[in-house]
Design a protein around this ligand. Structure first.
Ligand code: ATP
Length: 234
């Protein structure tokens, strides 16, 4: 069964067309589906369209069985599509624990159980549970953003450039965490770290200039000429 089914998607900002005839699928049996491509390719725009923030000019977008153009974004979270955005969108003046509570608004009854699961995954967040989010390091903020996403018990967790602005060692930790999460939750991973993102992926898509250029298994894409020539030099 498809968790996400996108067919013939066009998206514009005003007159400017940013996505062209994009089709992709995320299936129930996928652990990780990666969408890779350069700056400005339209990756964030695609994610915003999946979560119903942007409305397409053409095409069909089904997320967890519902046409997102007809359902507001909070319904999408309720049904299990949760996004960890590039900006992390934390509440800087609220504590770590309160940020986790904000993530559990669709699953309030399970707050304590899910919080403890997040603390088990990220012990540093438990140590800092009363600290304001804005005083955390960049790596800790990323962990909190991921933890907050998990509080909603997602079926699909979508990451927008989770390694962005992190030192290599922290980025590596984030990828390891994503791999762990993908045992239980289907992950959509948007990344510029092409080798790492495709290494984790069951399947992947290369998005360039707003179009899907190549698709295949992670392994196939890693060995494709388009990826080798454009993204894996040096
Ligand atoms: P990055 O990795 O830099 O975030 P991206 O692949 O996520 O890039 P998008 O952010 O989706 O790319 O941007 C795709 C194109 O759409 C870019 O040319 C960008 O300038 C343009 N764009 C993005 N947001 C807007 C907006 N609100 N209004 C007008 N144009 C926009």
């Amino acid at each position: 069964m498809s968790l996400i089914d996108v067919d013939g998607l066009d998206v514009h900002y005003g007159e400017l067309q940013v996505l062209w005839d994009v089709s992709l699928e995320v299936r129930e049996d996928d652990s990780v589906v990666s969408i890779v491509g350069p700056n400005g390719a339209g990756k964030t725009t695609l994610l915003k369209t999946l979560s119903g923030i942007l409305t397409p000019t053409n095409g069909r977008v089904e997320v967890l069985g519902q046409d997102v153009t007809e359902a507001p974004s909070d319904d999408i979270v309720e049904r299990g599509f949760v996004q960890v955005s590039e900006e992390r969108n934390l509440f800087g003046d609220l504590s770590v624990e309160k940020n986790l509570r904000m993530g559990s608004f669709t699953k309030r009854e399970a707050f304590e159980e899910n919080r403890d699961m997040v603390f088990e995954m990220f012990p540093v967040l438990e140590e800092r549970r009363d600290q304001k989010a804005r005083t955390l390091s960049g790596g800790e903020q990323q962990m909190l953003a991921i933890g907050r996403g998990l509080m909603a018990e997602p079926k699909v967790l979508a990451f927008d450039e989770p390694s962005n602005a992190l030192a290599p060692q922290l980025a590596e930790q984030v990828f390891e965490t994503i791999e762990e999460i993908s045992d239980d939750v289907t992950v959509v991973l948007i990344e510029q770290h092409v080798d790492r993102a495709l290494g984790l992926a069951d399947r992947g898509y290369l998005l360039e200039n707003g179009r899907i250029q190549t698709e295949g298994t992670g392994e196939e894409l890693l060995h494709s000429d388009a990826i080798k020539e454009g993204y894996l030099r040096g």
